[in-house]
Every structure is written in structure tokens, then in C-alpha cells.
Design a protein around this ligand. Structure first.
Ligand SMILES: NC(=O)c1ccc[n+]([C@@H]2O[C@H](COP(=O)([O-])OP(=O)(O)OC[C@H]3O[C@@H](n4cnc5c(N)ncnc54)[C@H](O)[C@@H]3O)[C@@H](O)[C@H]2O)c1
Length: 320
């Protein structure tokens, strides 16, 4: 697909971060978009912004949908095609995602399964729901967002990351398995898997909202203590008071966005340029490319990173 102009794209998780930027960039190129999010105000804001940047006559519609709930996904699909008056869809971006559910020991089962449900079942359910409409297009693409945690299941020492990583491995496996299924059964539809490194978005805050977790300033002392080892690794003094730990947690939440090597807009541009170039395996960021090479070079040692310092997405740190 050389150009997105005149197409209809569907973007999940369009209310923030990479999803919002994909919507804005697609619309400004003349692609009609139906975007959904679990957060109503944010997805409406995205459609307002996109509408103001799109060429005349290009529609961007906003829909409220929890992608892990099949009833809501089917309603979103029906609303989207009705709103756009089309009988097919050309692009499906399965982008919605949250973190969470890091540990089988210290996180609740509900949190683990909620994270896995959004990050894997959301991708699966939306693919199933939209597949008949993609097949009706003359040329279509399903774009599934995995992560570097889809090939390296950790954020580094002291930070268990199991639900998210398991789901992102599943998204990668599902996408790669779809390659042959589509070649056999719908060769005009292809699949791409997006593997972002660290991108500056509000995913930490959005995850907290969706999982119903307290803001950093309101985390209770007992929970804060479970964070102590990770916060000390991130630079807090070992004997920090709970107030100091609380403040540091808040700083880290903001730092995730502020210190990322790529913005969400830059990531969306890389994704769309890669799709135009016909790529199916889209690594986003130099950190993702370096980690991919590092894990492939010596998979047996992939989890033997140093036990001190923050190795988050820093293969150079892991190589020290
Ligand atoms: N930011 C990163 O560093 C990074 C790295 C690798 C992969 N990713 C992945 O990229 C994708 C986009 O993340 P982002 O960083 O832009 O985050 P973000 O929080 O800025 O955007 C994600 C959007 O998805 C929405 N969402 C969450 N759960 C939903 C649900 N059940 N139904 C519908 N919408 C839902 C959120 O409300 C939010 O608007 C996610 O799949 C994420 O896992 C992000």
C-alpha cells in the first residue's frame, strides 16, 4: 500500500499516544478513520484534532469501546462502517494496550488477567471482528502492536513484567502465524507487527486509570514498600522515607514520557513509512533495534543482565 489517501482505517486506543498520532497522520494524508478508546473524552479530542487537520471531506469518527469485550468490539465495528458508509475497511491498527500485572506473587490475578485481556484478547477480538471487512477491500493491512517485550520479557532487574510480556509475545506469535493464513486464504490482506522500544506516551498514567490504581501521591505505605527495591535501583537512597519514595514514584511516572528517545508522533511516522515500504516487522526506535540484535546474538544470556542499575531498554547496560 503506497498511499493511505481515500482509504478507511480503524485505530484502537486512539485517545492517546501512538494511537492518537496514527489517527492524526492518517487523516492529514486523506485517510478516513474510525478510532476507538475506552476513554471517551480523549477519543473525541483526537477526532476533533484530526478533523481540523484532514483535507476537506475526510471523516474521522470517535467511538467508545473496550477492546477486550467482544460485544463492545462488534458494536464498534458496526458503528464504524455505518458512520463511514463503507462496506469494507483497508487498515486495522490494533494499538490499544496497557501495562500492569507484572508479578504472579505481588499483583492480583484480576490485574494480570485484565492486562492480558486488553493486550492480547483485544488484538485477537478486533482482528476477528474486522477480518471480513478487510477481506472485502482490494488491498488491506492488519497492524498489530507488540513491543520489545514481545521478544524480551523484562523491563530489567527488579521489575517483574509477566502479563504484559506474555500478551506481547502472543501478539507477535499471532501476527506471524497470520502471515501464512492470509497468504493461503486472503492474499490481498497482509499483516504487520509493530515492535516499539521506549516511546514517550502517557501509558503509565493511562494504565493506572484503567486498572483503578492510586496516583503516586496516594499510594499507601505498604504498597510503596513493594516498590522500594526498584526505586532504589532507579536512584533513591536505600534509607529513603516513604514520602521520598512517593515523590520519586511521581517523578518516574512523568519521566517515562519525558525521557523517551522518541515521541509518539515520531513513532507513528516510522510505523506509517514502514507500512508504505511494505515492511511487516516494524521495529520502532534505535533501542528496539539494538535489543533485537542483542537478544538474537546470545538468547541464552538474554536475562543475565547486571543486578544493579536500571537496564530498562538499554542493551549497552546489559552488555557491561
Ligand atoms: N510507550 C511505549 O514505550 C510502548 C512500548 C512498546 C509498546 N507499546 C504499545 O504501544 C501501544 C500504544 O501505547 P502508548 O504508549 O501509545 O500508550 P497510551 O496509553 O498513550 O495509548 C494507549 C491508548 O489505549 C487506550 N486503551 C487502553 N485499554 C483499552 C481498552 N481496553 N479498550 C480501548 N482502548 C484502550 C488507552 O485509553 C490509551 O488511549 C500499546 O499497545 C502499548 O503496549 C508502547
Amino acid at each position: 500500500m503506497q498511499s493511505f489517501a481515500g482509504r478507511l482505517g480503524v485505530v484502537t486506543g486512539g485517545g492517546s499516544g501512538m494511537g492518537r498520532e496514527l489517527v492524526l497522520q492518517l487523516a492529514s494524508e486523506g485517510c478516513a478513520v474510525a478510532c476507538c478508546d475506552i476513554h471517551e473524552d480523549e477519543v473525541w479530542h483526537t477526532s476533533d484534532l484530526a478533523g481540523s487537520r484532514a483535507p476537506k471531506g475526510i471523516r474521522v469518527t470517535a467511538h467508545v469501546c473496550d477492546v477486550s469485550d467482544e460485544t463492545q468490539v462488534l458494536r464498534f465495528r458496526d458503528e464504524a462502517v455505518a458512520a463511514h458508509g463503507r462496506d469494507h475497511v483497508d487498515l486495522l491498527f490494533n494499538n490499544a494496550g496497557i501495562g500492569g500485572g507484572g508479578s504472579l506473587f505481588t499483583d492480583s490475578r484480576a490485574t494480570w488477567e485484565r492486562t492480558f485481556g486488553v493486550d492480547f484478547w483485544g488484538v485477537y477480538l478486533c482482528t476477528r471482528a474486522f477480518l471480513p471487512l478487510l477481506v472485502k477491500s482490494s488491498e488491506a493491512v492488519v497492524v498489530n502492536t507488540s513491543s520489545v517485550n514481545g521478544f524480551w520479557a523484562t523491563l530489567g532487574p527488579g521489575v517483574p513484567h509477566s502479563a504484559y510480556s506474555t500478551a506481547k509475545f502472543a501478539v507477535k506469535g499471532f501476527s506471524e502465524a497470520l502471515i501464512e493464513d492470509l497468504r493461503m486464504n486472503a492474499p490481498h490482506v497482509r499483516v504487520a507487527v509493530v515492535v516499539p522500544g521506549h516511546i514517550g506516551t502517557d501509558i503509565v498514567t493511562n494504565t493506572r486509570r484503567i486498572l483503578g490504581q492510586a496516583a503516586p501521591g496516594a499510594v499507601d505505605d505498604a504498597e510503596l514498600e513493594t516498590w522500594r527495591p526498584a526505586l532504589v535501583r532507579a536512584g533513591a537512597p536505600a534509607e529513603a522515607t516513604t514520602e521520598e519514595l512517593r515523590a520519586m514514584l511521581g517523578l518516574l511516572e512523568g519521566a517515562f514520557k519525558a525521557n523517551a528517545p522518541l515521541t509518539a508522533a515520531q513513532a507513528a511516522t516510522i510505523i506509517l513509512d514502514s507500512l508504505r515500504a511494505g515492511k511487516w516487522r516494524i521495529l520502532v526506535g534505535a533501542d528496539a533495534e539494538a535489543l533485537d540484535a542483542w537478544v538474537r546474538r546470545d538468547p541464552e544470556s538474554a536475562y543475565d543482565y547486571p543486578r544493579t542499575g536500571g537496564a530498562f531498554l538499554r542493551p549497552s547496560a546489559a552488555e557491561e
